[in-house]
Design a protein around this ligand. Structure first.
Ligand code: NZQ
Ligand code: ZN
Length: 380
């Protein structure tokens, strides 16, 4: 097991009826900006519950944060924060609203220079951020309990990641009933995203870390069990609750301690979203089997272990096939052609970009741009 230094400061308030707890969790004298997306919270009663909990408080609102939140939109909110002297952000929505709000929190405090610097330095330039908290309505990204965010820039077709300790939400409300209104494809995306978060920290070169392995397998098994139930029975509270907590556990940092992480699938996937607009999880389902096969020898022990403990199959190749079948069972395609994307063209664009940035991926830092191109082509 590798050395680690782990602290996750986000308070999780979980369960039915917990939105009302916001009253006690947000400082009484805060000037609050509620951020949200395209309006799902207006239809499913979540907005009403948040406003009820904040009755009598100093509240402003900013809506319209889009899926794959953009620098352009979020800068509008950052400027509003400066103008209106907002001192607390409450993100109400899925990963995009939460990520967008993390960027807003950093950009509102960014002094001098181009705020895109927050992204181009991966967060290293951040001196301070506004405090933020969340009401999660879509289990998937883990953003409700981690310090990362992914922001897109329309003008340059880029999608970049930043992280900073100040981006951990102060608290996150996880009420599984808020997810009853999710469309089927968002549930499917959420299960796949959470699954891939676990395996990017698990199906890597083996370095012992037995407990981390068992914890990861527990999350995978829970997703394999509750994912299909959640799709089949949208108002099954227990399945929703298991799914929601699994997605948080998948990327709150715990599973990544002491082990070797990969993240190649995510980094390649972000380019597919940037260039072709595929949903985040759609990109992961396409790329993951290619990354696994490209680095099969390094990953063999863990893939075999996952195969036997999670899917009850023998061998690394059987584990990869079982994972693809699981995705297909959720209605998730795993080929670029399923999305009408030409693999040769996508490979060329991604290789060019990774070469320009000097990007090398994989847990062994041996997925060169050229090898990434092969991975993408293999997923035609
Ligand atoms: O915008 P609204 O109207 O709210 O609708 C959203 C959106 O259209 C809808 N939705 C959310 N909750 C709902 C709901 N509809 C009905 N009922 C509800 N309860 O779902 C749509 C998708 O929402 P979005 O937030 O985009 O999805 P997700 O949570 O999957 O977030 C994806 C983003 O997170 C990034 C991705 O790259 C992508 O930009 N990620 C962030 C990570 C992190 N911060 O740690 C890690 C991930 O790997 C990922 O990269
Ligand atoms: Zn993800």
């Amino acid at each position: 097991m590798r050395n680690f230094n782990y602290q996750n400061p986000t308070r999780i308030v979980f369960g039915r009826g917990t939105i009302a707890k916001i009253t006690d969790l947000v400082p009484a004298d805060a000037r609050i900006l509620i951020t949200y997306g395209g309006g799902s919270i207006m239809q499913n009663g979540v907005h009403d519950q948040v406003m009820e909990a904040l009755k009598g408080r100093d509240v402003l609102e900013f809506g319209g944060i889009e899926p794959n939140p953009t620098f352009e939109t979020c800068m509008g909110a950052a400027n509003l924060c400066r103008r209106e002297k907002v001192d607390y952000l409450l993100a109400v929505g899925g990963g995009s609203v939460i990520d967008g709000t993390k960027f807003i929190a950093a950009a509102a405090k960014h002094e001098g220079g181009d705020p895109w610097e927050i992204m181009s330095t991966g967060g290293a330039c951040i001196q301070s951020m506004l405090p933020l908290a969340t009401v999660l309505t879509l289990p998937a990204t883990g953003s409700e309990a981690n310090s990362g965010a992914v922001i897109s820039r329309k003008s340059t077709e880029e999608k970049c990641v930043f992280g900073s300790p100040g981006a951990y939400p102060r608290f996150s409300i996880l009420d599984p009933t808020t997810t009853f209104s999710l469309p089927t494809n968002q549930v499917r995306n959420g299960v796949v995203d959470a699954f891939v978060h676990v395996v990017e920290q698990y199906a890597t070169s083996d370095n012992g870390a037995m407990l981390q392995g068992r914890l990861a397998e527990g999350v995978l098994q829970t997703l394999v069990e509750c994912g299909p139930t959640t799709l089949a029975e949208p108002e099954n509270y227990d399945a929703r609750a298991e799914f929601m907590w699994s997605a948080t556990m998948a990327l709150n940092g715990l599973l990544g301690q002491g082990v070797v992480s990969d993240w190649a699938t995510h980094m390649i996937g972000h380019e597919l979203t940037a260039f072709y607009g595929l949903a985040h999880a759609e990109t992961l389902a396409v790329i993951l089997p290619g990354v696994w096969r490209a680095n099969l020898e390094a990953k063999r022990t863990k893939l075999e272990q996952m195969g036997s403990r999670v899917f009850g199959v023998q061998g690394a190749e059987a584990a990869i096939e079982a994972t693809e079948s699981f995705f297909h069972g959720l209605g998730m395609p795993t080929r670029l052609s399923d999305h009408g994307v030409d693999a040769g063209e996508a490979a060329a664009r991604i290789v060019e970009r990774f070469e320009a940035r000097g990007t090398v991926l994989g847990e062994g830092k041996d997925l060169t741009p050229e090898r990434v191109g092969e991975v993408v082509k293999s997923r035609a």
